[in-house]
Design a binder for this molecule. Structure first.
Ligand code: GLA
Length: 379
């Protein structure tokens, strides 16, 4: 009791004199190191973001990939909760978008074609008859320019990529930026933005595969999934939306209350057969543009909880159906079918061809923005 008062006085005095320094210390620190070179000989770096009360996150400027997220379980034991590779070589060869930033247009564009301003554009058909994830030379294949920016909450990592006019068939030179930061509430925050010099389409996301029990620890079927969505966009057999917004009610896509991912994944519901499991865009409740909860996932064994907040109109739940054990992950264990799930916050697939969907056209002078937060806690 006697010591409390002088201590409090000292703390207040310290706060007023070194307030700025204290804030910075309490905020995020970023360490950077060389991580290898691209086949063209460019240096690639690895950035590690750490902050009290937040997961420790590694990001590389090759493809703006999220490389690891170390998050504690309910006993304080940290595990890496995203799938990935042990070194840069793995990322250079990656075909599964394991943690990549996807662009210029995430998800599918039907037939690899769309029209804009009376002109038709032809893109690579790299997924059956369709265009997927920006094409074979999409943003996940590019070296982004890094900048560590120090502000009142400590360091943030800003990655910028200039996609030239005509790259992968898309019109307009597009400057894309992703800022990675950690929040005081245990969140990893991604602020995306883009500007263009001619009309174009843009849809950026991050394609991290989560396994809240730890990467390589088996399938994710026991994770309890809740999605803030009343409707989804059904797809045809090539995973292109039909244009319908279908209520989730009464279907295995009803995640309005928490339910194990595996509980209904093999139900004889035609939509699940198209994707070999979940591979669907959900319409996120509430107003696009507002940062709001899109999904909450709980892993009963570890107690880890992931909440996904986003400004985007949709989120793609992908249950890792195409993983087949051929990727050996960062700790040497193969990633089996359904060994991770993605929650890709996005505009709806094939929006450039679906005028009823929220628009994805970016005009010169306008600014594309999307924010997504992956917030971690335990129960
Ligand atoms: C997205 C798609 C899936 C699949 C993965 C990558 O989630 O919707 O169908 O292509 O990317 O394997």
């Amino acid at each position: 009791m006697l010591r409390r008062r002088p201590f409090a006085v000292f703390t207040l005095a310290a706060l007023t004199t070194v307030g700025v320094a204290m804030t910075a210390e309490a905020g995020t620190r970023i360490e950077r190191k060389a991580w290898g070179t691209t086949p063209e000989g460019q240096t690639v770096e690895l950035f590690t973001l750490s902050r009290e009360g937040a997961p420790t996150v590694a990001v590389t400027n090759h493809g703006a990939y999220l490389v690891s997220i170390l998050a504690p379980d309910r006993d304080g034991q940290a595990a890496d909760v995203i799938l990935g590779y042990s070194d840069l070589a793995g990322y250079l060869a990656d075909g599964g978008y394991l943690g990549a930033v996807v662009g210029r247009y995430a998800n599918r564009i039907a037939g690899g074609t769309f029209s804009l301003g009376g002109q038709t554009y032809t893109l690579a058909r790299n997924n059956g008859p369709n265009h997927l994830h920006g094409g074979p030379g999409g943003f996940h294949r590019k070296l982004w320019t890094p900048r560590v920016v120090t502000g009142p909450e400590g360091d943030t990592l800003e990655l910028t990529y200039l996609s030239v006019d005509g790259e992968e068939g898309y019109p307009g030179a597009l400057t894309a930026t992703v800022v990675y930061s950690l929040t005081a509430e245990g969140g990893l925050r991604l602020d995306y933005s883009a500007t263009t010099d001619a009309s174009t389409v843009v849809n950026l996301t991050n394609h991290a595969y989560f396994n809240l029990a730890g990467e390589g620890s088996g399938d994710i079927l026991g994770h309890e999934m809740q999605i803030e969505s009343n409707a989804f966009t059904p797809v045809d057999e090539t995973l292109i939306p039909t244009g319908e917004l279908r209520p989730v009610e009464g279907s295995p896509l009803d995640f309005r209350k928490p339910v194990a991912l595996g509980a209904r994944i093999d139900d004889p519901y035609p939509q699940l057969q198209a994707g070999g499991g979940y591979d669907h865009n959900f319409v996120v409740r509430g107003a696009p543009g507002e940062l709001r909860l899109a999904a909450r996932v709980y892993e009963p064994g570890s107690g880890r909880v992931l909440e996904v907040l986003t400004t985007e109109p949709g989120v793609q739940l992908y249950s890792g159906n195409f993983l087949d054990g051929s990727i050996v992950g960062k700790s040497g264990r193969p990633y089996e079918k359904r060994g991770g799930f993605c929650l890709e916050t996005q505009h709806f697939p094939d929006s450039p061809n679906q005028p009823e969907f929220p628009p994805v056209v970016l005009e010169p002078g306008d600014r594309y923005e999307q924010t997504t937060v992956f917030r971690f806690s335990v129960r």
